[in-house]
Design a protein around this ligand. Sequence first.
Ligand code: CP3
Length: 409
Amino acid sequence: FLRDYNYYLIVNVFLYPMLKFSTPKSFNATKPRKAVTLKASEGSNRLTLKDLEAYKDPLLVRAARGEEIERVPCWLMRQAGRYQKVYRDLAAKYPSFRQRSETTDLIVEISLQPWKSFKPDGVIMFSDILTPLPAMGIEFDIDNTKGPIIQKPIRTMEQVDELYDIDLSRLEFVSSALTHIRAEVGRKSAVLGFIGSPWTLATYIVEGASSQHYRTIKNLSYSNPDILEALLRKLTIALTDYIIFQIDAGAHVVQIFDSWGGHLPPKDWDRWSKPYLRRIIREVHLARPHIPLTVFANGCGGLLERIAATGADIVGVDWATDLRDARHRLDVAAGDADSNTVCLQGNVDPAVLFGPKAAITEAVKDCLVRGGGRRHILNLGHGVQPGTPEDAVAHLFEVSKELGFSANL
Ligand code: CP3
């Protein structure tokens, strides 16, 4: 009560008069947004606690900060995509992935498709981890069956030297889409930006496509480590700027996908992924300290403590790790359970969505209990798979909102 009352005093005595008599600043310097003014309930010139609710940060952001929350927020990786009929219909009309992901109106429309269907607590922008590459001189395409294709894989120092500093003016479609999405969802949901980690992007850039064993890039790391280092350094600088660009356009949270980090033995991850992640996170935290950053790696079980040591605010956990074990390990690594504010995100098995509704309900319950109700964002352990029934996804969201909190289970 005292906390709420303090909040009430601060807002009514200081913030409300200030906001009433000043012009609020827009979060986006280049695109001024409509001014937001606080309104008190009708018939009163005082704000009630209920009014204040409307000005709180989105639930997901508060959970990421370790605040006490009314229910565990839920969004799903790859919640915009091929499993949705509205998406497939739109993709039939605009068959090129690059067109769909590089046209502001289409990005906004696709990102909002799951928002309209399920009202998730996070809305991720429709894009790809490869999207920023052409802005630094690497062309790519997405083949409907094979996935990403890099026309000229990079394997020599001359090719690395030819890459240029990221030209953010070529990524305007990303910033304007984020600004539109943020205006659309307001504070009802968190807007999520994302990037691929330097290592994970390098796997595509060096291999030239998706890979199963990563033989070419691993061979490069053994035989010509200086080339791989130079490439990762360039990507690190570009991606730091790209994250800040997404934040300034409206992202509440930015997720770093180190999707293929788990393919490295931990000591190699320490060399080829961790330093670059740390550098990005340190720089972004210095530049935009209020924005939570997430790191997700597939096969993270052997890397959890290492991932937390990158400085990530949220650690994504895949479904092969027990969330309770993950929490315990990270609390031990932090040395003091109370001071550790790392938030865990995950980790329902995406395959459960192909099962009966009762199994989905059970999986969500179990995940909420193991997550412990605080510092937890409910998600899948990886993305929604193509072919997943839409009503299974709807059921997962419904159950998550009904149960919401491990204390209710
Ligand atoms: O899946 C992950 O591990 C997340 C990280 C990641 C993304 N793209 C983010 C993304 C990875 C590894 C990629 C590369 C990529 N791009 C792949 C995977 C190929 C492989 O090696 O296994 C594919 C198939 C693409 C092309 C692509 N990107 C398609 C066809 C789509 C449409 C949506 C769908 O159904 O997959 C995307 C969109 C995409 N890629 C999003 C994200 C975060 C969209 C936003 C969302 O999550 O809703």
